[in-house]
Ligand binder design. Sequence first.
Ligand SMILES: Cc1cc2nc3c(=O)[nH]c(=O)nc-3n(C[C@H](O)[C@H](O)[C@H](O)COP(=O)(O)OP(=O)(O)OC[C@H]3O[C@@H](n4cnc5c(N)ncnc54)[C@H](O)[C@@H]3O)c2cc1C
Length: 443
Amino acid sequence: MGNNQSCDVVIIGAGFAGITASRELSRRGYDVVVLEGRDRIGGRTWYKDDALPGHSLELGGTWVHWFQPHAFAEISRYNLELVETIGVSAPEIAATVTGGLRKSVPYEEASAAIESLMEMVVQDAREVLERPFEPFYHQDALEVVDKLSIQDRIDGLDLTPEEKDLANGLWTAMGSAPCGDVGLVAALRWYALSGFDINAVFDTVGRYKLKNGTRSLIQAIADDSSAEIRLSTPVAAVEQSDDGVVVTTRQGDTLRAQYVVVAAPLNTFGAIDFSPALSAAKQAGISEGQPGRGSKAWVHVRGDLPKPFFAVAPENHLINYVVTDKVLDDGQLLIAFGPEGADLNASDVDQVSAELQKLFGDLEVVATTGHDWASDEFSRGTWCMFRPGQTTRLLAELQKPEGRVFFAGSDLANGWNGFIDGAIESGIRADREIHARISGNPS
Ligand SMILES: Cc1cc2nc3c(=O)[nH]c(=O)nc-3n(C[C@H](O)[C@H](O)[C@H](O)COP(=O)(O)OP(=O)(O)OC[C@H]3O[C@@H](n4cnc5c(N)ncnc54)[C@H](O)[C@@H]3O)c2cc1C
């Protein structure tokens, strides 16, 4: 890259947030350079060709929905097609492990209990998040519930141990972490954003995916951007002064810009040397990190599994939520989630078989794959799920620019925080804020 090059805006990170911000800013005429540590765009979304033999699969972010307005506007804009995950759209069997016992029943027998359990957890969503894209609209109510984890809420309900296991299993899968680590606000937010309808939550977060993968969407946005995107260029330092910002890459090259957008995941901020240092409150949040760290494995199983199903077990299982993605001629293609990504090797047939057998008994695993997002240096986690207290303490703080440095990313979105939608929301906001600063015309 060389030294002493300059541009109007440097964006750090080519996920949905950074790429959206680059499109918006470059379409306004600004000279934008995106610096990306990986050798591909997409960040925590990764539609990988032949991830399993004959199957192109989403190793990261996958599902989208029309209740996710920023993402859906892009899907409409680029005229992309959706397909469904059959284990969520039409499950026939519900398999559960509760109280240490395995059970498998027709889905209709289990669905009412599941819905009512899920609803009990989010019972106060309307009072707290009446306007879900304005999380501080009822700040006092928010602060009260933000003290609680999802597990605190489950423990406070009048439930049998089996019901507690079921609620724990469902929300662990949604939280990508054990329920004690995840703030209750996240659950309330998902429900509020899904129109305060528990069935819609399942559809919104797990049913519809892009036929040609998330790559087709981010590539369409990137193709509409005239920004230069430099891959395999991790940023090591961001140093600002009164008249500009100098960004230094790990290779030692420098790039001068008027403004910078940091669109990297919260859990990776600590690897960038900011000068002057970020605010004390931001630093505290960075060292806590967000807790999402679970596993996602794609598993081809053979055997007598003719019907689409989903299965759920509590958080002490390394695989605790499984859905049918496709029924195949010789078995099924499954998506399997668990709470501790670092402890499950998603590509290890033996380990994945052993975990699946705890849910289903005998089952032949033909092949399995996934990506360890928790250990990946450019994500250090999966989707963002704030810890108890972090929404109140951290969300608005993370969004605040520091001098010439602005922040984007799904981890600091107001609405679908932790989703593709939130990443796009934040990229739109970063563009608006920078343009307002440059034009002197606050919006
Ligand atoms: C397993 C999994 C399943 C998920 N499922 C869904 C789902 O079904 N639906 C949904 O909407 N969302 C889902 N998500 C979440 C969704 O993928 C993310 O919220 C979203 O893609 C994040 O976009 P982003 O641009 O904010 O961050 P990222 O996509 O993480 O992009 C940030 C970029 O910054 C780069 N970077 C980091 N550090 C540096 C550095 N120092 N220098 C340069 N570049 C750097 C990274 O390489 C990355 O490309 C899932 C995520 C995971 C991991």
